[in-house]
Ligand binder design. Structure first.
Ligand code: PEP
Length: 258
């Protein structure tokens, strides 16, 4: 982390978990134990039907609510889809884009790019995910793969808007597997991402952008991961479903910044 130049962000990704009633219950429990200090931004990205309950429950708090996906088109014949305008109107601040579970359902880098652009146009903060598979890591093409994902995902995003984007590095082999990247592995790729941003934009933008690590981050390993200079927070799946665990990760972000 480097709090001097950029925000630390602890974001939860609930995936397809919890009903609206369970959301209300979770938020009540979270509010009761939420740390008062403001050393990081906190986001909870929840299933679309849970957004109203989450926004209502967290209105007076510092927790921003987000969605897990969006459609880049403004409106129209896209049955089952949700536009960025719908998300902002519902009270969302963030939206996860390009999660590997969505990419596995066919989402391309071009789709990711269109969604990032639409999110920025609507005033949402996109949390743009990237990450390599185990095969790609073993074939030693992680650097090339991540560089391509970042370049294509950010295509056409202006220098003024790049700071509003959050990038999450999520190695696919570490998501939901309990197999976390080592702090060194995670740092190496987050540092690479910052270098790619520097080359695409400039040093100032690279220094200002928040880059998160995601992949089995939990209350036990968060401190060490967050101690890395280029890891500015976490995108957390499983551990964000339990208020006590999520709060422990928030607390782990309260450490001397590099
Ligand atoms: C995720 O879904 O973005 C994620 C990182 O999941 P988990 O923390 O469960 O590995």
């Amino acid at each position: 982390m480097n709090r001097k130049y950029r925000k630390t962000v602890i974001a939860g990704n609930w995936k397809m978990n919890k009903t609206p009633s369970e959301t209300k219950e979770f938020m009540t429990q979270l509010k009761a134990i939420l740390p008062k200090g403001r050393w990081c931004d906190i986001a909870l990205c929840v299933p679309a039907v849970c957004i109203p309950a989450a926004v209502r429950a967290m209105r007076e708090t510092r927790v921003g609510i987000g969605a897990e996906n969006c459609n880049p088109n403004p409106s129209g014949a896209y049955t089952g889809e949700i536009s960025t305008a719908m998300l902002t109107d519902a009270g969302c601040k963030y939206v996860i884009i390009g999660h590997s579970e969505r990419r596995a359902m066919g989402e391309t880098d071009a789709d990711v790019n269109a969604k990032v652009t639409a999110a920025l146009d609507a005033g949402l903060i996109p949390i743009m995910c990237c990450g390599e598979s185990l095969e790609q890591r073993e074939a030693d093409i992680t650097e090339e793969w991540i560089t391509t994902q970042i370049k294509l995902g950010l295509a056409g995003v202006s220098e003024e808007r790049i700071r509003k984007v959050i990038i999450a590095y999520e190695p696919i082999w570490a998501i939901g597997t309990g197999r976390t990247a080592t702090p060194e592995q995670a740092e190496d790729v987050c540092k690479l991402i910052r270098t790619v941003v520097r080359k695409l934009y400039n040093s100032k933008s690279a220094r200002a952008i928040s880059i998160l690590y995601g992949g089995s981050m939990n209350d036990k390993n968060a401190y060490e991961l967050l101690a890395q200079p280029d890891i500015d927070g976490g995108l957390i799946g499983g551990a964000s479903l339990v208020p006590e665990k999520f709060v422990k990760i928030i607390e782990a972000a309260n450490q001397p910044a590099v």
